[in-house]
Design a protein around this ligand. Structure first.
Ligand code: FES
Ligand code: FES
Length: 212
């Protein structure tokens, strides 16, 4: 009976752990009646706001130059609206918590993380996704350079890098290596294609300066 022996010896058994958890919950409940919050206020704070959660509404978003109607909840992220409602799956959901940059889109020309942006807050802004960078079948200079410089492996990070690089080159058409690294510092590539990505941005910058 190894478990019994461990409990007697003062180790942490599953039973004592669960007992500890129970007392932790009890103390949290006590806090709600101990002067910080009344029991009713604590219950109201913790209860889901059903009215708000179910408050679907149809909003208009300008995506890649076209006004689109989309039905969202207050909690719907721009990334979810793009991918799940508008079938624009170029922006990738990788971390879904603002850490990898794979979901980057442009909002009024500035790079934003669409997983951290509410769809409601995108109203009135010009949203451009990676799909909106190409001119029909013609890739943008940045997209073309990523292809030519072989700047992707699995490709999950690539849309975010392409959008961030586009924003960088709009602000700074002739960035040096340090400025490129800084401009793309919000994007993570787990496959480690950084040298090719940085090379692609330099190549795109060169071509854009030549008007290609
Ligand atoms: S998916 Fe948005 S930052 Fe990672
Ligand atoms: S190419 Fe795979 S994560 Fe960047």
């Amino acid at each position: 009976m190894p478990n019994k022996k461990k409990e007697k010896g003062g180790g942490v058994s599953r039973r004592s752990f669960l007992k500890g958890m129970g007392s932790g919950i009890a103390s949290t409940a006590a806090l709600s009646t101990g002067g910080l919050l009344s029991k009713e206020a604590a219950a109201a704070f913790l209860a889901p706001d059903a009215e708000r959660i179910n408050d679907f509404q149809t909003i208009q978003l300008k995506i890649n130059g076209t006004m689109q109607s989309v039905r969202v909840e207050p909690r719907t992220t721009l990334l979810s609206a793009l991918r799940d409602k508008l079938d624009l799956t170029g922006s990738k959901e990788v971390c879904d918590r603002g850490q990898c940059g794979a979901c980057t889109v442009l909002a009024d020309g500035k790079p934003v993380l669409s997983c951290m942006t509410l769809a409601l807050d995108a109203r009135g802004k010009e949203i451009v996704t990676v799909e909106g960078l190409a001119d029909g079948e013609k890739l943008s200079a940045v997209q073309q350079a990523f292809v030519e410089q072989d700047a992707l492996m699995c490709g999950f990070c690539t849309p975010g890098f392409v959008v961030s690089a586009t924003a960088l080159l709009q602000d700074n058409p002739n960035p040096n290596a340090e400025e490129i690294k800084l401009g793309l510092s919000g994007n993570i590539c787990r496959c480690g294609t950084y040298p090719n990505v940085f090379g692609a941005v330099q190549e795109a910058a060169k071509n854009m300066r030549k008007g290609r």
